[in-house]
Structures are given as structure tokens and as C-alpha cells.
Ligand binder design. Structure first.
Ligand SMILES: [Zn+2]
Length: 266
């Protein structure tokens, strides 16, 4: 099972300013982990890739220099992806896949973020049919990046807690976003209309585990209490105003699923 990646269109990337060069997977040899340096302005949500993009465009680059970015909820955002040359570590931008974690200073990466970086590493090895070298930025260039906690984790072999995709735990749960949205919009239900949906129960359980929803509302009915709880989740992901309306969207729902063992289909 592959890693769920929020693509450039989904997070609202700006067009490339000059197209980055392509590179074949067969040229990849290493996997570089990065952090932000100073603590970043945002550690969760779409603001993470947007901030990186703004900074990298300011450097005069084509756009985001990393291949992927991971936030503290474990959401993965596409930068240069699998097939473009990066701008993250001089001398290693063709052969190295660069992954950024949205922490800085002495901030510690969350278990969800580490799980996602490890999943990306495993996916990179699968795609390249090769065991890629595990590197911190400082292994290829004189820099403090990726900072103490992340670098120690890389050197320890990138151990990750939680369930690798498709393995262990109960069964991999799949939540159908469009069914979830229609369930959320049927409150109060029309008489005789079945609104209970198992995917809603999965999401409610996750919201309860986050401390955002009382257990008595975990009932498979995405009602007003669940909508209010989901709004709090969206706010935690960095959304505000009309973007935090309590009706699930793909990016925030994938963040929740990443942390609680379910996947999302549009
Ligand atoms: Zn770096």
C-alpha cells in the first residue's frame, strides 16, 4: 500500500517558476531528512507547504525544493515528488530524495510525523527497488539540519511507532469522503432516511481519541455534535473561517486518518 500524498493541486501550490529537471527513480540512492531551522510559523495543515513554497520562491528557486513535506499530524504534501530534481542538499539533489519535517529548533517530531517519514522511506525503497541510504541533511552538507531529535532518529535507523500501512491492527479502514459529507449534511435526517454510516463511526472514534468529541456521540450519525467536533479538528489543522465549517475536506480527513489508522477515498 502506498503513502497517501496531498498533491500540489490539493494544497494550492503555485505554478513552477521554470520547470525543475526530471530524474529517473533508478538514479536515486539516498533519502535526506530536513527540518526548518528556527521553529516554523506553522507545523500542521496546508500552511506548512505554502510557507515552504513562499520561502523557497524567495530564494529564487522554482518552488518548493523538497520532494515531500510532512506536518506534525503526519500529513504528507507533494513538493517535487518522486520524479523531479530537488533543491535541498547541494551535490545530492539528483540522487537524494529530500523530505522536510515541519519542526525547528529543539522541537520534537510527533510519532505521526515520524511514521509518515518512515512510510515515505519504505515507499521510496519500493519504487527504486533499492535500499536507499538514510541521511540527515548534515550528512551531505555542513549544516545543523535536521536538528538534534530528528538526526538522532535518522541515525537510529528511523524506527516508527504505529501501524505500517496495510499491516497489523484491525483491518485497514477506508472512509468514503463523499458518503461522509452527505451523512454530515443530512442532520437532522429526513424520516426514513438511513444516515448511519460506518465510515462516520470511524471518524467519530478518531475525534473522540483526539479529545474533541464525547464518547456518547460516537454513533455512526455525523450529526451536529460531530460537525462541531470536526470543526475543532479543522482549526487544529490550521483552518479558520469558512474553511473550518465542520464538513470534512480531503486534507484534514487524511490527517486524521493518518493518526488513527484509516484511509480516505474521495
Ligand atoms: Zn536541511
Amino acid at each position: 500500500m502506498s503513502v497517501e500524498i496531498i498533491n500540489r493541486a490539493e494544497w494550492g501550490a503555485r505554478p513552477w517558476q521554470g520547470t525543475p529537471y526530471s530524474v529517473a527513480l533508478s538514479e536515486r540512492r539516498s533519502f535526506f531528512v530536513h527540518y526548518h531551522g528556527d521553529p516554523p510559523a506553522h507545523s500542521t495543515g496546508k500552511a506548512v507547504p505554502r510557507d515552504v513554497e513562499r520561502i523557497h520562491l524567495g530564494n529564487g528557486w522554482s518552488g518548493v525544493g523538497y520532494n515531500f513535506m510532512v506536518d506534525q499530524n503526519g500529513a504528507v504534501y507533494e513538493g517535487r515528488g518522486w520524479g523531479l530534481v530537488g533543491a535541498h542538499c547541494p551535490g545530492h539533489n539528483r540522487t537524494g530524495i529530500g523530505v522536510y519535517v515541519a519542526i525547528g529548533g529543539s522541537q520534537k517530531p510527533s510519532d505521526a510525523a515520524l511514521r509518515s517519514v518512515r512510510d515515505l522511506y519504505d515507499e521510496a525503497c519500493r519504487r527504486t527497488a533499492r535500499t536507499l541510504a538514510k541521511r540527515g541533511h548534515k550528512d551531505g552538507y555542513a549544516t545543523a539540519c535536521p536538528g538534534g531529535p530528528l538526526y538522532a532518529w535518522v541515525k537510529a535507523g528511523m524506527p516508527a511507532k504505529g501501524t505500517p500501512p496495510g499491516k497489523g491492527k484491525p483491518e485497514a479502514k477506508v472512509v468514503d469522503l463523499s458518503r461522509l459529507i452527505s451523512a454530515a449534511r443530512q442532520d437532522p435526517p429526513k424520516p426514513g432516511t438511513p444516515v448511519s454510516y460506518d465510515g462516520a463511526r470511524t471518524v467519530e472514534k478518531a475525534l473522540a481519541a483526539e479529545g474533541l468529541l464525547a464518547a456518547r456521540y460516537v454513533d455512526g450519525h455525523f450529526g451536529s455534535q460531530t460537525v462541531a467536533a470536526y470543526r475543532r479538528w479543522q482549526q487544529r489543522c490550521g483552518y479558520s473561517g469558512a474553511a473550518a465549517d465542520g464538513i470534512p475536506g480531503i486534507a484534514s480527513l487524511r490527517s486524521l486518518g493518518r493518526a488513527h489508522g484509516f484511509t480516505v477515498t474521495p
